[in-house]
Design a protein around this ligand. Structure first.
Ligand code: SF4
Length: 296
C-alpha cells in the first residue's frame, strides 16, 4: 500500500459504504467574530466550503436528511459520518455543543462524528463532552494547523501558534479521541524545506489522520488581492505532487491520508485551475510515491 486512504480506513472499520455528510451548524470563529480578529485567515471565504451557506442555513436535521438521500441514491451509501465543517465547531458553550452533536443520535445510520475546529478552541470540558460520543461513534477532531511555522501563521493571520496546536493534539489523543490535522502546502513564503519541516514535526505527534490542502485563491479574500498584486506564487501540479509524496513518506505508515488535494467550487475559484483535476493529482502523487519506494 502506497498510502493509507480514508476510504481504506472506512472499509476496514465499517465493512460497508460510508459517506461523509458535510454540515454547517452555523458556528462562528474567533478569527471572524472579533474575539481575536474580524478579518479571518487571508484565504478564507466561508461560503466556498459547503453546500449549505447563506443567510438561511437549513436546520442540521434537514441538512442531514438531504445529504443522506443524495448519498444513498448516488453512492449507495449505507452508513454516514456527520462532519461538522464550517467555522470552528467547538466554538460555543458546552450546552450548545451538546445540543448540536446530540442531533446525530436521531439518525441510526450515522456511525461517526467528525468535528473540524481550531487548536485554540478546545478546553478540557469540551474534550470531555466529545469523549462521551466515542462509546457509540467513531470520533475525530480535525485541527486546522496549516503549518508549524510561526512566521507563516502570522502572515496568513491564523492567530494561533504551533505550541497551541501541539498541546491540543496531545490532550485530545490522551482522551482517546482520534486527531486529524489539516495542512496547507504552498503557503505564501514557504519553501519546500519549510513544508517538509512541518511534516517532520507532525510525524512526532499522536495524530491518526491528515488532510492536505493546496494553497489556492478564492474570490473575496485578502489572498485574492495579494495574488492580483503579484505578491504570491502558487504551486504547479507537479511541484505539489512531489512535495506531497515526500511529506507523506515522512509520516507513520498507519496515518490515514484523509485527502490528497482540496477542490474548489468553480464559481469562487481564481487559481490554480488544476486543483479540480483530482485524478491527475492523484496519479502524479502515486507516481512520486512509487519512485520514492523504489529508491528506499
Ligand atoms: S479559522 Fe477557519 S473559519 Fe476562521 S477565518 Fe480561518 S479559515 Fe475561516
Amino acid at each position: 500500500m502506497l498510502y493509507y486512504s480514508f476510504n481504506d480506513y472506512l472499509k476496514q472499520k465499517f465493512h460497508t459504504r460510508v459517506h461523509r455528510l458535510s454540515l454547517n451548524a452555523g458556528f462562528s470563529c474567533p478569527n471572524r467574530d472579533g474575539a481575536l480578529d474580524n478579518k479571518g485567515c487571508i484565504y478564507c471565504n466561508e461560503n466556498a466550503f459547503s453546500h449549505f451557506h447563506g443567510e438561511t442555513i437549513p436546520s442540521i436535521e434537514t441538512q442531514i436528511e438531504k445529504s443522506m438521500t443524495f448519498a444513498r441514491e448516488r453512492f449507495n451509501a449505507k452508513k454516514f459520518i456527520a462532519y461538522f465543517q464550517n467555522g470552528s465547531n467547538t466554538y460555543a458553550s458546552i450546552e450548545t455543543l451538546k445540543k448540536t452533536y446530540d442531533i446525530i443520535k436521531k439518525f441510526p445510520d450515522i456511525a461517526g462524528l467528525y468535528i473540524s475546529t481550531r487548536p485554540d478552541c478546545v478546553e478540557e470540558e469540551k474534550l470531555n463532552l466529545i469523549k462521551t460520543y466515542t462509546k457509540d461513534y467513531d470520533v475525530w477532531i480535525e485541527y486546522g494547523l496549516q503549518t508549524f511555522h510561526n512566521k507563516t501563521l502570522e502572515l496568513i493571520n491564523r492567530r494561533h501558534t504551533p505550541e497551541q496546536s501541539i498541546s491540543a493534539i496531545k490532550t485530545t489523543a490522551e482522551k482517546g479521541i482520534k486527531v486529524a490535522v489539516h495542512i496547507i502546502l504552498g503557503l505564501p513564503g514557504e519553501t519546500t524545506y519549510d513544508m517538509l519541516k512541518t511534516g517532520e514535526e507532525i510525524s512526532k505527534l499522536p495524530i491518526s489522520g491528515i488532510k492536505f490542502h493546496v494553497m489556492h485563491v478564492v474570490k473575496n479574500t485578502a489572498l485574492e488581492k495579494m495574488y492580483f498584486q503579484g505578491k504570491i506564487k502558487l504551486l504547479e501540479l507537479n511541484e505539489y505532487a512531489n512535495i506531497l509524496a515526500t511529506f507523506i513518506n515522512l509520516l507513520r505508515e498507519n496515518t490515514v491520508i484523509m485527502r490528497l488535494v482540496s477542490t474548489a467550487k468553480m464559481d469562487t475559484l481564481i487559481a490554480p485551475e488544476w486543483i479540480n483535476q483530482k485524478h491527475a493529482v492523484q496519479k502524479a502523487v502515486i507516481n512520486k510515491l512509487m519512485e520514492l519506494k523504489k529508491n528506499k
